[in-house]
Ligand binder design. Structure first.
Ligand code: ADP
Ligand code: UDP
Length: 242
């Protein structure tokens, strides 16, 4: 890579819980944490301001807990939100081991374990080159961490929302179930909504469309993909308004 400057000064990165589990079915894989924290540290070194929303699907998902008959949906979603807090704690420590200053900010107040989310404080921390890890989703049941990522991204005035996921972009149909699915390099929020393309939930997409914040979807397991996105190089799929 040349000495060109990053295209985006402030980003919001969505990391799913499943990404943190790596090749395991659940839990947190230390190797994945290590490589993710290294990639993020690289961006911080380039002067990029980084906010992160972590998911919790590697531990608990409210809808699945309800389906098992374990708890009701609201309780299940609360367990899911607390799962994101645990993932966030692990992510913060992984970043701090790399001497990256990091804040863990929760949508639900959890005493001394996290600090309460405030967009004003988050923006101050980001301006001070501290990474902000946002946990507990939106703080409300019936939402997802994808929606939380878009919400936080809009609030902190991120230039781009990045969804690091298991597929390398948005396709015309689910590539995991359709061998003939075709990948888009770029498409609009209207196309995603009209065609109900399932890579991010529709609430999240509608928020980004309304607030005109671009989204880039890319393969979290591909080496240097995160860096390519931030440098403005072609990677994954970009979703924009027009
Ligand atoms: N049109 C589509 N393009 C890409 N992926 C899609 C599409 N429709 C459904 N998917 C599925 O969406 C998944 C990513 O969304 P999701 O499960 O929410 O990811 P994560 O767990 O990383 O947040 C992919 O693994 C893929 O199987
Ligand atoms: O604003 C939110 C965000 C998340 N959740 C709960 O937390 C779980 C974990 O989040 P998600 O499924 O989005 O995680 P990911 O798929 O990214 O790992 C969800 O299933 C919900 O039960 C919630 O209730 N409200």
């Amino acid at each position: 890579m040349s000495d060109k400057a990053p295209r985006y000064q402030r980003i919001l990165l969505k990391l799913s819980g499943e990404a943190l589990a790596g090749k395991n079915d659940m839990g947190i894989d230390s190797g994945v944490l290590d490589s993710m924290s290294l990639a993020i540290a690289h961006l911080v070194g380039l002067g990029v301001q980084v906010g992160i929303v972590v998911g919790g699907g590697n531990l608990y998902r409210g809808a699945a807990l309800q389906k098992q008959g374990l708890v009701g949906r609201v309780t299940g979603d609360q367990m899911g939100m607390l799962a994101t807090v645990m993932n966030g704690l692990a992510m913060r420590d992984a970043l701090e081991r790399r001497n990256i200053k990091c804040r863990l900010m929760s949508a639900l107040p959890i005493g001394e374990v996290t600090e309460n989310y405030s967009s004003r404080n988050a923006i101050r921390y980001l301006q001070n080159n501290e990474v902000c890890v946002f946990v507990a989703g939106t703080g409300n049941p019936f939402f997802t961490t994808d929606t939380a990522a878009c919400l936080r991204g809009i609030e902190i005035e991120a230039n781009l929302i990045l969804k690091a996921t298991k597929v390398d972009g948005v396709y015309n149909k689910d590539p995991n179930t359709h061998e003939d699915a075709v990948k888009y390099d770029e498409l609009t929020f209207d196309q995603v909504l009209d065609q109900k393309l399932g890579v991010m939930d529709l609430t999240a997409i509608a928020l980004l469309r309304e607030h005109n914040v671009p989204l880039q979807v890319f393969d979290m397991a591909k080496p240097n993909a995160l860096l390519h996105v931030v440098m403005g190089d072609s990677e994954g799929t970009k979703v924009i308004n027009h």
